[in-house]
Every structure is written in structure tokens, then in C-alpha cells.
Design a binder for this molecule. Sequence first.
Ligand code: HEM
Length: 464
Amino acid sequence: MALLIAILGATLVLCICSALLRWNEVRYRKKGLPPGTMGWPVFGETTEFLKQGPNFMKNQRARYGSFFKSHILGCPTIVSMDPELNKYILMNETKGLVPGYPQSMLDILGKCNIAAVHGSTHKYMRGALLSLISPTMIRDQLLPKIDDFMGTHLSNWDKKIINIQEKTKEMAFLSALKQIASIESRSISQAFMPEFFKLVLGTLSLPIDLPGTNYRRGLQARKSIISILSQLLEDRRASSQETQQDMLGCLLRSEENRYKLTDEEIIDLIITILYSGYETVSTTSMMAVKYLHDHPKVLQELRKEHMAIREKKKPDDPINLDDLKAMRFTRAVIFETSRLATIVNGVLRKTTQDMELNGFLIPKGWRIYVYTREINYDLFQYPEPLSFNPWRWLEKSQESQSYSFIFGGGSRQCPGKELGIAEISTFLHYFVTRYRWEEVGGDKLMKFPRVEAPNGLHIRVSSY
Ligand code: HEM
């Protein structure tokens, strides 16, 4: 009898499950949508996507082609893995393909955040940002600060076990803070850094505003950060410190700056700069350390480049723009690291109206996951794609080839590319000229959905 009940129970559960799956498929069976599956009501295929990672994408592509529908991370989504189509999507924001980042991210980063604005407002905010990180700004104001910061941040590591993940995270945040508010960065960093880390976690959470959730903590962190930055603006104005040679100084000298921003816009722009460069710069730096450790020949070549730069200088001379230009192999290491580790898997867009794409009809409000990961391992673009070979980037055409989306593409292509490369290059300069290192061992590295070492990446460091 018990067995019969168990069998009946199991059959009932199976029937309910398959009815739910079927109902969800029928619900989304609109005419003209691309092929694909929608998974469970509400949850869709999120669990499979997160568990199987890149394999989920590859399997779906094998079944449905490079343009398929799914339901992941809370939204009906079109996944596009076709390089030509990806390029088209990124180039055509004006046709209604705007950024489609999750609600939690938009709530926490603010309504003037660059990902939240479109059209002329986006152009204006992007222009304001570009004026802060122009090549002249990098040469005259930002690089000296980056150099000064890295020199100090990478001191006293000799004979220590260092969690390089933690150090590169601090590096990315503190170095950006110094470029934004040079004189105050030291005094505000203690209060700012933990709030910033909470803000980052909040943007990656579900938008459930309940006590104890990362989302609630993220919103609270945003409030604290707004109060720190408002105070900073007030103090600068009160002490006539608008003349400071840093990003905040530029933003406050409105008579010289053609971009006039309100305080709210200034604050959201600062949060944008801190946020956008944080995970990308820190993770690329950490993974460069990892790959250099695993590839002694590459490390040898990189060190040769940096020693040659150091030899031409007095011990305390800073890195300047000419040195940066001479770091050709370093740049190649950074590109190869970004490619092989795939720091950015893709970017998100959403449709602002019903539209036709690739011969299919995509409803308004659907998310489009421009999944660019696979192109990083394309045999034709990168022969022996799984080997770490920075030399491939020394060919000029490699960086400019049109399907490389390491820094995105179209009207949203990363404006911080050269700044990010300058930061990572300066970090590597001090790291490889001062130290040798070995991994302590036993640390795990996760590659998906984000590249991270869940328990840190520990290295034993000694003087070089
Ligand atoms: C290795 C370092 C970096 C990588 C790999 C990287 C990658 C990217 C990618 C793929 C995008 C496109 C996002 C999209 O299309 O939705 C992007 C956009 C952006 N990045 Fe970077 N980034 C890096 C460093 C930085 C830095 C240092 C900054 C600081 C200013 C920055 C600021 C931005 C901003 C503001 C956007 C949005 C642009 C817009 O919407 O117009 N990035 N980045």
C-alpha cells in the first residue's frame, strides 16, 4: 500500500512538473520568437544557467542555434552568441536596444548613472566622464596619482603571505578614489571602502527590500556614500579647494568645464567611475598575477620590459606616459588575461519596443544577453585559444579586430579602457620589479558567473 502511495505521489509530482513546464512554454509561445526553452514559471532556467555556466549556453546553441530564447535571472531573455549580430545590437542603441541591467543595479547606482540614461542625457554624461579621463588628464593628473598610490600600496610585501584578490580589490577602489579626491582620499577611505563593498554586493542581488538582504544593505550603503560625497563637495566649496588637480576639481570648476552637472549628477558620476572600474581592474590584475605565476617565460619577458624602464630612471622617478607607451608587452599580457579568463562574459540590453531582430520578433521589454564569451575562444581569431599567449596581441590588427568585445562595443564601448590599462600596467610594474612570488596553493578559482577566488588567492612574496 505504502509503495502504491509513493508511486502515485511521484507520478502526481511528475505530472504537475511537466504541466508547469508546458504551461510556461505555451505562455511564451508568441509568433515569431526565436527557438529555445523557458524553464519553470518565475525561476525559468536560472539554476541550470548558473550551475552549468558556459556549458548551458553551448548546449542551447547546439540545439537552437546562436540566437535563442530563455528565461534567466528573472526575465524572459534572448541570448545572442552570433558575433555579427552582437555587433549590430551594440551599435544600434537608437533603434531601441538600451542597457538592460538588473533593477537592483539601477536602484543602487542612481538614476543619473550612465547605464540608466539614454539618448542625449547619455551623450552628456558620457561626455562629462570622457573629459575627466582624457589622454591629457591621464598624462598630467591621473597617472602621477596612480603611480604614487601603487608605489605605496605595493610596499612592505616582502616575506609576507598576501591575499592578492583582496589587495587588487583595495587597489582598484583606492587608486580610483585618489584620482577622484586626491587630498581627501586618505581621510575618507576608511569610512568609504566598506560602504562601497556593500554597494557592489547590493547591485548583484535580487531587489528584495527586506532587513538583512544584500539589496537593503546596498541601498543603505548608497545613502552613506551620498552623504560622504555631499560633505566632500560642501567642504571643497567652503575652502575654495575647487582648484585641486583631480576629477572632483575638474567637475567643480564649472566655468572651465563645458559640462555643467548638478550635485546629484556629480555624485552618480563618481559612483559610476568607482563601480565600473572596480571589478574589471581588480579581477584582471589578480588573474594577470595568476597567469604570470603559471607561465614563467611570459613573466621573464614582462620583467625584462619593466626592468628596462626602471634602469633609465632614478629610483624614485614615477612612471610617465612615455613609459606607459613603452609597455607593449604588458598591454598584450592585459589583453590576453582578459581574453583567456573572460572577465566580462557579455553585456545586457533590453528592447524599448517590439522589434524584428535576425528575422525574429522580439517583444518590448525583453532582455537581450549579448554573450561575447565564446568569441574569446574562437579558433580562427585566436589559434590555440586555450593557451596563454600574450605575443598574439603584439600584432596590431589583433586589438582592433571588430569582433573583440573585451571592452564592449558601439556607443557604450568602455570609456575607461586606457585608464584601466594604465592602472593595471602600473600595478604590474611595481609588482614584478619589486617582488617574486609563489602560490601558497589550495585556493579555488571560480570562472563563472564571475571570475573570483571564493576564499582568496594567497601568494608567498619575497623581494626580487
Ligand atoms: C580592464 C578594465 C576594464 C574592462 C575589461 C572594462 C569593460 C567594459 C565593458 C565590456 C563595457 C561595456 C558595457 C556595456 O556595453 O553595457 C564597459 C563600459 C563602461 N566602462 Fe569599462 N572596463 C574596464 C575599466 C574601466 C574603468 C577603469 C572605468 C573608469 C572610468 C570604466 C568605466 C566604464 C563606464 C562608465 C562604462 C559605461 C559606458 C557607457 O555606458 O557609455 N571601465 N567597460
